[in-house]
Design a protein around this ligand. Sequence first.
Ligand code: CXF
Ligand code: ZN
Length: 377
Amino acid sequence: KTLGKPIKCKGAVCRGAGEALVIEEIEVATPKAYEVRIKVLCTSLCHSDLTYWKGLEGPRGVFPRIFGHEAVGMVESVGDNVVEVKEGDIVIPFFHPNCEECWDCKSKESNICSKFPFGGLGMPRDGTSRFTDSKGEIVHNFIKVSSFIEYTVVDICNLVKINPDFPLDKACLLSCGVPTGIGAAWKTAKVKKGSTVAIFGLGAIGLAVAEGARISGAAKIIGIDLNPQKFKLGSKFGVTDFINPKDCGNRPVNEVIKEMTDGGADYCFECVGLASLMNLAFTSCRNGSGKTIILGIEMNGTPLSLGCYELLRGKTITGSIFGGIKAKTDIPILAQSYIDKELHLDDFITHEVNFEDINEAFDLLIQGKSLRCIIWM
Ligand code: CXF
Ligand code: ZN
């Protein structure tokens, strides 16, 4: 009955930087060619929602807007030229496109789709939004997903179909943060069996790196965090050793790590977003072969400057977006790994709320109380 017509439904609209979301009636247009309209089943809050909610782009940010980019949904209808999914399919949307046709999508090495470069407002093909408010004004899209609404429209290059029996809350977790961390260990670093790993920052991303390193067979996984409670939490995700910089007295943390790893960690991951910590990670990895992977987005825009001798010592420093994950092929692999009881996802879910209470999910993440809060529609 909704097929071919706009849908009026409830959406959580953000009208200004840092303002509480307001549930409003939003009209969701029909999907255009290569687009899919999905009924969002559940969604969760990722730290990037917070970053943009604070008004990151330009002096005033981009508002009004519908945030949310971790979700799972059911296909309601499809636009022209969509053959990959049909009405009723269960799908995971993701912010990072995977067209599977461009040079990069076809290459084994890169996950940076060159047909739809990341960035820009609106839908990937025409840059417009599919949302209007009750006054007929445009409500902006957020990073190709916008899941804090009952129905959304997503490009086929930002969707993957999953097994309908897969638990929905766990499916939602496979949409952004968790694959980013796991992928950083699995795809970007290619963590080897028996190796040593140091993870700076044990939020959801850092813990997902630990989980990826654990599955890859790392022998020692050192978590570094200022919050002492993170050690117990980290141990659930494979963290074997913990350093609280506050407890190191005047000993530099990189010295402590070098001692614990007999010369430096094989892999260091920065999961906070501070240039100083990126440097600390780089100086904590092993001479000759150490790799440092930057996942954090520098929160003050500070550029990274490196000691050239560290590079001369044969270390590598790199970063990745979405953990180097190629969503269309890798998300189903992660889903299967969960089914096979290799990948642990359950402990990432610390809270659940109903859609009406979405602002509580914001409070929990801001206060550092949650890893992932599932928001049920
Ligand atoms: C981020 C990565 C950097 C740009 C915004 C989205 N990823 C997901 O949370
Ligand atoms: Zn995210």
